[in-house]
Design a protein around this ligand. Structure first.
Ligand code: FES
Length: 148
């Protein structure tokens, strides 16, 4: 192997390791649950947002909900005790599945990014993501699904 090929191969190997590391970090950061659907509603117990750290009650910024009837998961962002968004994780560019990284939803197909309300932050997507109405109760969220 000549010097030029060696440098090129090392660069590709480093890029691959960086990508895998980023993917693993993204997966590790999301809490994922599968919940049933009843009459186009999914009920999400609020305890799924809670965790403890140093004996203090904390809240997850987002959780991901799956259901076998849905082609893509739903990412639910928590802004406060009563304020949430439920976002369908299907890219509006060409329909790839999104990944959640903190308060950003990223599409690896062509690089689109969306904020935690579903608004486009980076093209090529130019339409906001599908969101679902949420009713926040004391112990659970009720998400009303519509045709997606
Ligand atoms: S399908 Fe998501 S950016 Fe193209």
């Amino acid at each position: 192997m000549d010097r030029k090929s060696f440098i090129k191969n090392c660069g590709l190997a480093c890029l691959s390791l960086t990508s895998i590391s980023t993917l693993l970090q993204g997966c590790a950061g999301s809490y994922i649950i599968t919940l049933p659907m009843n009459e186009e509603r999914i009920i999400v117990p609020l305890h799924h947002f809670e965790f403890t750290e140093d004996k203090k009650k904390m809240y997850r910024q987002h959780i991901i909900v799956k259901n076998e009837q849905l082609q893509f998961p739903i990412c639910i962002y928590r802004f406060s005790e009563k304020e949430y968004t439920a976002i369908y994780m299907r890219c509006t560019h060409q329909g790839a599945e999104l990944r959640a990284y903190g308060d950003t939803l990223v599409c690896y197909a062509h690089g689109s990014e969306f904020d935690n309300k579903g608004n486009v932050q980076n093209p090529p997507a130019n339409k906001p993501l599908v969101t679902f109405p949420i009713i926040a109760g004391d112990k659970e969220l009720s998400i009303t699904l519509k045709k997606v």
